[in-house]
Design a binder for this molecule. Sequence first.
Ligand SMILES: [Zn+2]
Length: 351
Amino acid sequence: MPEGHTVHRLAAAFERGFGGQRVRTSSPQGRFRDAAALEGMVLLGAEAVGKHLFLQFAPSADVEADSPVVRHVHIHLGLYGSWTFAGEAGFSQAHAIGAPRRRVGEQEEDLEGYGAGGEGGTPDWRRLVPRPTVRLRIAGPRGLADLTGPATCEVLDAAGRQAVLDRLGPDPLRPDPEGTGRRRFVERVRRSRTPIGVQLMNQQVIAGIGNIYRAEALFRARLDPVVPGTDLGTPLLEDLWEDLVALLAYGARTGRIVTTEPEHRDLEARIIERSRGTRQNGDEDAGVVPREKSFYVYHRQSLPCRLCGTTVCSTELAARTVFWCPRCQRVRSRRSTWTREHPAAAWALTP
Ligand SMILES: [Zn+2]
């Protein structure tokens, strides 16, 4: 499932590729009946909140974004959804979806017919017959986008969009000049005894975090995934939030998740990780940091920790596998009360 940074990149891609332009919409699969009602409208803009994408449609380009006539197409890719782009030269470049891989979502394989050359575009994109599984096709003057397999694809009015937003926690990638998002996150986590490793996957606590960022941010904080939220101090959680802001911003900028500090990347970089199929939801060509050096613990179970050499563990937590180093991630709490209540673990707080 794409994590929040990918959805923010998609929103930017739609703004650059279709923003302010009149588009054609269809549902080759037939399951998105509202596609006909959007036909010929202008795609005003795109918005990402956590893992949710909203595409705004209006009868004309001069409509204000908050006008009641605006229709919001709400898309959640879920586990299997993806977008595929094709278009004239520069179209895919313009929104920085790396070529030759055009498909943004859980899978990253090339698709026959969509062309392999990013810079040259897809010369015959206008004649590209959609696959029968395409839920929604959006075609503009310069290119098209095909949506397949989403968990959600629906048309909402302003109230419907707001109802979705009201169910979501703060998104680290949204501007937060007043620190409101960070405060909401900290208060929400500390209210519950639910383990931090479960809370990070709860989109009502924090929006946009998926399995990779969960495992990696917990490692960077040296936090055991099973520590209850109520045991965590405010400064620690503020640090965790700020770290996630930085990690997601890097992901949104580059299309890749990289969490390792440069000085740790060459330790235990194992070719074996390629063969075991480690993958992330990147949409860029393998670039600056190779995948086998990008993570501390994600999909590194049974390999030695990059920092201490202890074997990385994995287990189920919140219905997804969590990965952690049992030696590095011994920080239970930075509140002294915790160690008084649990003296047996006091040793874990000393480095
Ligand atoms: Zn370790």
